[in-house]
Design a protein around this ligand. Sequence first.
Ligand code: 5GP
Ligand code: MN
Length: 338
Amino acid sequence: MQSIEQFYPILNQPFKAVITAHQKPDGDAMGSSLALFHFLKSLGHDVTVISPTNWAAFLDWMPGTNEVIDFEANKEAATKIIQEADYVFCLDFNILHRTKHLEPIIKEAKAIKILIDHHQQPDTPSFGYGISDVKMSSTCEMIYDFIVQSGHSNLINLDIAACLYTGLMTDTGSFRFPSTTASVHKIVAHLKELGLQHSTIHEHIYDNSTEGRLKFMGNAFLNRMQVFPALKTAVMAIPKTDIYKFELKTGDTEGLVNYLLSIEGIKLAAIVIDREEERKWSFRSKGNFDVNIFARTYFDGGGHANAAGGNSKKSLEETLNDFKTIIENYKSQLTQLK
Ligand code: 5GP
Ligand code: MN
């Protein structure tokens, strides 16, 4: 993989590009994709954002979402666009299988793939150009740097600012995680100087719940949560029946795992959700319990040191029991966490 700087001169020649991100794109995946989309379009390129799957409705307000193609709903058209692209930008994921059913299509496409990402252990040989930096707060921070360092700071308009702010805000837990560096605040200061209305974005993302979602959360805390104070661990298992009963939609369980970490003394939080094709795990930690390694070792997943995800093909009950057995083996490490 050549460095991203090597790509900057190519920005001056017209090309056809596809931008994609991980399945079920979150605020950072969608924000970085759309910020790059607006930027490349303003340079005159032919650009399409293709999401591997649908996304949460609370992202629909973002400028450009109406032009994003959901691969699962438009397989033929999306495949053709990828086959004809010169470049495929891969944002906010480290390995192509995070694009689910898009993986073989991207792999077989003639396009040169470009990686811009902040997850651990990237599959760099699959990409022609790119940058992977785990110290970055978000892929949106990296897209900001890409625009500025390639000499196009003047092209950051309010649409781009809103998209970038979304990923910066969501991936830093509203600017409170340790990844929130001085650079992050400087970027936000720049976006504010351009006229960014940050409070509207917080409302779009966080004040958009249905009544059912709040009832679901109440039920989850009351009936689905197990806390193991001696292990400094809390876990929640969400059965399919809850998803149907409270009419949950894509994105409605996002952020729930963070509440478990708000319990005093809890350093490891985990949620497993009974999805159609698999049991999907989310892990969060405080301090130096590395959930990326944990998810990789036991649940076929990965991510960051303090936020990772994984999968299991076993039943909800079996995978929850696996988790409980595994953490017993980490007792000495967990109890020492400060
Ligand atoms: P979340 O728990 O919010 O779904 O994901 C937490 C972090 O881990 C995100 O950065 C996400 O991209 C990553 N992640 C989630 N699931 C997986 C997975 O199955 N494999 C890998 N490699 N990363 C994951
Ligand atoms: Mn991210």
